[in-house]
Design a protein around this ligand. Structure first.
Ligand code: HEC
Length: 127
């Protein structure tokens, strides 16, 4: 087998470390959401699962004091109202006919949507 010249070894090493760095970056950029099987929807509660998602993604426009579109999501009653008439799931899944939410921001992760869906399926309890 031909001997690899030292200069190529160095270049190869650089290439590999650059590629590795890129792979790391991409892993974060392209997969911000955990794979489906890693999404834990076993113990969904309003306060523990749904509120943190809404706080991060929706409170910027939907609190009692801001209430864009008249929608208040920082209290259970407001969320329950949107849950009951189907708008909550409609907006976060970007279903045609609903304004896609969060407005002007990327869609929620599949895992977050799945958690909210589970909570809705359980009857949207205040727990
Ligand atoms: C940047 C501001 C902004 C953010 C962030 C935002 N919304 Fe909205 N939302 C609005 C505005 C403005 C309206 C009313 C305008 C409209 O209906 O298009 C609205 C309307 C709604 C409605 C009523 C839709 C309907 O069919 O009448 C729901 C439900 C809703 N938002 C839920 C959410 C949820 C859930 C999140 C977080 C995942 C969220 N919003 C994040 C601005 C925002």
């Amino acid at each position: 087998m031909a001997q690899i010249r030292p200069v190529y070894k160095v270049m190869l090493g650089l290439l590999i470390s650059v590629a590795a760095a890129c792979t790391d970056d991409n892993a974060e950029d392209l997969m911000p959401q955990p794979a489906r099987q890693q999404c834990d929807t076993s113990a969904i509660t309003f306060s523990g699962s749904v509120v943190p998602i809404l706080a991060t993604n929706c409170y910027g426009c939907h609190t009692a004091s801001i209430a864009e579109g008249g929608v208040v999501l920082d209290e259970y009653e407001g969320v329950k109202e949107e849950a009951d008439h189907g708008h909550l799931i409609g907006v976060i899944t970007h279903t045609p006919g609903f304004p896609p939410m969060p407005q002007g921001a990327p869609k929620l992760t599949d895992c977050d949507i799945e958690k909210i869906r589970k909570w809705l399926e359980a009857g949207a309890p205040d727990n």
